[in-house]
Design a protein around this ligand. Structure first.
Ligand code: HEC
Ligand code: HEC
Length: 297
């Protein structure tokens, strides 16, 4: 008990409580005694409502009074066992704080055992573990939905995490690194280097690499000169640099002519994945990674 009553007040509360209980007993006894001046059981009390509604003078049934007595006995036992009489702690020594502490300890113990179990498992194994994935999903909902969406399918500029297309790689360690350390893709602007015509030629090449026209051939040459260092010799991307695959139909900023022209002419540098290592503990980061991994496996 954190707050103690002064001894005087404590005794005062005990006295009042016990007096009340004794008074209840007395009331029951008093009510069940038949007095001489009362009408007999078969007579009515003499009160009449609504012209013809009268009331017999029956004593309360025995079982009913018995229930009252039982509740009083129970209350006395309760007051002996649990705190309720002034400063008396009760024989069970129960307190709200102690019960709370016990429950917290039990919950933590269960959590630690779970985490210790998870510690031994690698991320693909965790991704098979429904409880682990569930914790990961909750962490995701707390930290990530604002940018990647509640279904993790992303939006323009925010990658889809539920498919098999990765800027920075979809291996467990790569996903974990993306989340822990953050990522920032650096796509330089090419307007100054290639000019309008050059940009248009590269866009033509990207949209239809096998058209065979002069513009596409020029675009192909420009692409090989300027773009393969980051996007790979075959244009399928490089996860070391976060350079996307340009040969598939999945686009971070759009695959139509206008979006491609803008990506290439102006570059794309606003894509920032913030680091979460200091925000989310190491154990939860692994479970979050398992959740992300489970979305595409
Ligand atoms: C402020 C917005 C923002 C938040 C919050 C955010 N992300 Fe990202 N995330 C991004 C952007 C933008 C990228 C792409 C970076 C780039 O362009 O290279 C990204 C990239 C990623 C990648 C790499 C994707 C790939 O294709 O390789 C993963 C994995 C990822 N985020 C997971 C998460 C998780 C999990 C969370 C929650 C802890 C999260 N992100 C929170 C903006 C965000
Ligand atoms: C220095 C490395 C680098 C070079 C060189 C480079 N890129 Fe990129 N490119 C990137 C990165 C990184 C991204 C992803 C930006 C992001 O995540 O925000 C990107 C994104 C793009 C996109 C947007 C893709 C999408 O999914 O929306 C296009 C289109 C693109 N690059 C085309 C090119 C072309 C064409 C060239 C050559 C003229 C080129 N890039 C040269 C690194 C590079």
């Amino acid at each position: 008990m954190s707050e103690q009553l002064s001894t005087g007040w404590s005794w005062f509360v005990i006295l009042i409580t016990l007096l009340n209980i004794v008074a209840c007993l007395w009331l029951i006894a008093w009510a069940s005694i038949r007095r001489d001046d009362e009408p007999a059981e078969t007579e009515t009390t003499g009160h009449v409502w609504d012209n013809d509604l009268a009331e017999y003078n029956q004593p309360m049934p025995f079982w009913w009074l018995g229930l009252f007595v039982v509740t009083i006995v129970f209350s006395l036992m309760y007051l002996v066992a649990y705190p309720g009489l002034g400063n008396f702690d009760g024989l069970f020594n129960w307190t709200q704080e102690r019960q709370h502490e016990t429950q917290i300890n039990q919950a933590e113990h269960r959590f630690e055992r779970k985490f210790a179990e998870y510690h031994e498992m690698d991320i693909p194994a965790l991704a098979q573990e429904p409880d682990a994935v569930d914790i990961g999903r909750k962490v995701y909902q707390t930290w990530c939905t604002g940018c990647h969406g509640s279904d993790a399918r992303g939006a323009k500029g925010y990658p889809n995490l539920a498919d098999n297309d990765w800027l920075w790689g979809g291996e467990p360690e790569q996903i974990l690194a993306s989340i822990s350390n953050g990522r920032a893709g650096m796509m330089p602007p090419w307007q100054a280097v290639l000019g309008d015509k050059g940009v248009a030629a590269v866009v033509d090449f990207m949209q239809d690499p096998h058209a065979g026209t002069a513009a596409v051939e020029q675009g192909k040459a420009l692409f090989e000169q300027n773009c393969t260092a980051c996007h790979g010799a075959d244009g399928t991307g490089n996860t070391m640099l976060g350079a996307p695959n340009l040969m598939d139909d999945i686009w971070l900023y759009g695959g139509d002519e206008a979006s491609l022209t803008s990506s290439i002419a102006n570059g794309r540098q606003q894509g920032r994945m913030p680091a979460h290592r200091d925000l989310i503990g190491a154990d939860k980061l692994r479970l979050l990674t398992a959740y992300i991994y489970s979305l595409s496996h």
